[in-house]
Ligand binder design. Structure first.
Ligand code: ASP
Ligand code: MG
Length: 444
């Protein structure tokens, strides 16, 4: 069971989360917690300020963090003596290396996990603290460390199994680990989900529960569509497509270790513990609706390169993509004709140089303020009628580009951003007019 920052942001949230764990004691829960909401940002900000010589400001942040933690568990105050020393040292050195960033950031989960253990014990449960830096062993890519799974698995087994079997709740800080030599590392921002998946995979958990502050994945963005449904079940691949399109519920790659082992992952709302959430599985279950969700990415720019030199020539696409590679810009959607290529970008920080390089290849046209609409559903490539149904409902909307068939679960197209909301609303009304009750349920 993983509890994110908002599920442990204050005493009330922690108690609520402990209650959720308490109700599942018979299932032998292993708990992974994030830092208190906002603590990681605060720690890293303090480090950055200290290294810049702004020690007083760094100390003010440290004071605030100490107050917040010590109020929940007085003994955590001791750790701030060392944190302040570190901040002072950063001021003297004047740099904040990735290695030191990990050390500073690790205070968040190191402390939240101690607070959680204390809290759950006070509620009358037996609990044991598992030190992530003893168990989650990683390489030394600071800021983005990769776990060494075999060592991690056996250390977790050793540290937790007997406690779990004797009915104790195991509690570990997410996000952090250490190298074999004992140097603190982190798995990257938002890494607690990853920790939960690593623990789940290592201990062969029955399931992984990601407790957060939303009910699960929805059929569309509730800010755009007011009658969204909650998706009860979705495949890992479908969830991954949606994540790219900004469904920020969780980064699916972070739960891959679990899904690979066929351990289902649930997204659940710690503010509504009775909810059933969204279940993410390796294989999609049959669904009467062809799509599970409609996602949208706005602020898209299209670049079109036309050249008669492309006619019957080879090597043109290579030259074209090299330009994007050189400027570290990823391309999302591509459409080609014999003499032109259109591509979409969401990152335009290098657009000027990209365009000037592309001019070597042909005429270049750039157009901004587009939106990418994406229908996600299992097996879309082999479902007849999707394009007719999607476009049939949008007779007044100009479709600028289409991508179908590259992936089996994604049908997407590009329109003007100003048309996006109305397109999504119409599509949603059509595709989710009736829903398969096995897969969807009313939201809220
Ligand atoms: N506390 C870390 C962060 O804010 C890790 C996490 O919450 O998953 O990035
Ligand atoms: Mg977080």
């Amino acid at each position: 069971m993983k509890f994110g920052g908002t599920s442990v942001e204050d005493a009330a949230a922690i108690d609520r989360s402990c209650g959720i764990v308490g109700e599942r004691i018979c299932r032998k829960p292993f708990v992974v917690v994030s830092a208190l909401g906002g603590a990681t940002n605060g720690l890293l900000e303090a480090g950055t300020l200290a290294a810049r010589g702004e020690i007083a400001k760094a100390m003010t942040i440290a004071d605030r963090l100490e107050y917040r933690h010590a109020e929940l568990l007085p003994s955590t105050g001791e750790h701030f003596v060392r944190l302040r020393e570190l901040l002072k040292a950063l001021g003297a050195i004047g740099e904040f290396s990735p290695r030191t960033q990990d050390l500073i950031a690790s205070y968040g989960e190191a402390l939240s996990s101690l607070i959680f253990v204390d809290r759950i014990k006070r509620l009358g449960y037996n609990a044991v603290h598992i030190d992530a830096r003893q168990c989650l062993v990683t390489d030394d890519r600071f800021g983005k460390a990769v776990p060494i799974m075999d060592v991690t698995s056996s250390r977790l087994e050793q540290a937790a199994r007997s406690h779990l079997d004797s009915g104790q709740v195991a509690v570990m800080g997410g996000y952090i680990g250490a190298t074999l030599g004992g140097t603190t590392t982190t798995l990257g921002r938002g890494g607690s989900d990853y920790s939960a998946a690593i623990v789940g995979a290592a201990l062969n958990a029955e399931e992984i529960q990601i407790w957060t502050d939303v009910d699960g994945m929805m059929t569309s963005d509730p800010r755009v569509v007011n009658s969204v449904w909650k998706v009860k079940e979705i495949s890992f691949d479908e969830a991954s497509e949606l994540a790219y399109f900004g469904a920020k519920v969780l980064h699916p790659l972070t739960v891959l270790p679990a899904v690979e082992k066929n351990i289902p992952v649930y997204i659940l709302n710690s503010r509504k513990p009775k909810g059933t959430g969204t279940r993410i599985t390796r294989e999609a279950r049959p669904c009467r609706n062809p799509i599970k969700s409609i996602a949208c990415k706005r602020g898209i720019t299209v670049v079109t390169v036309s050249s008669s030199r492309m006619l019957m020539a080879h090597g043109f696409l290579r030259a074209l993509f090299e330009v994007f590679d050189r400027h570290h810009t990823s391309v999302d959607m591509v459409a080609t004709s014999e003499v032109s290529v259109s591509l979409t970008l969401d990152n335009v920080s290098s657009l000027d140089v990209i365009v000037s390089d592309l001019r070597q290849l042909g005429d270049v046209e750039v157009s901004s303020s587009k939106a990418l609409i994406c229908l996600v559903g299992n097996n879309l490539k082999y479902t007849p009628g999707i394009a007719r149904r999607a476009f049939g409902g949008l007779p007044d909307i100009n479709i600028l580009m289409v991508s179908q068939g590259a992936s089996n679960i994604n049908f997407s197209f590009l329109i003007d951003e100003k048309d996006a909301n109305s397109a999504i609303q119409k599509l949603h009304a059509d595709f989710f007019n009736e829903v398969d009750p096995e897969v969807f349920e009313p939201a809220g």
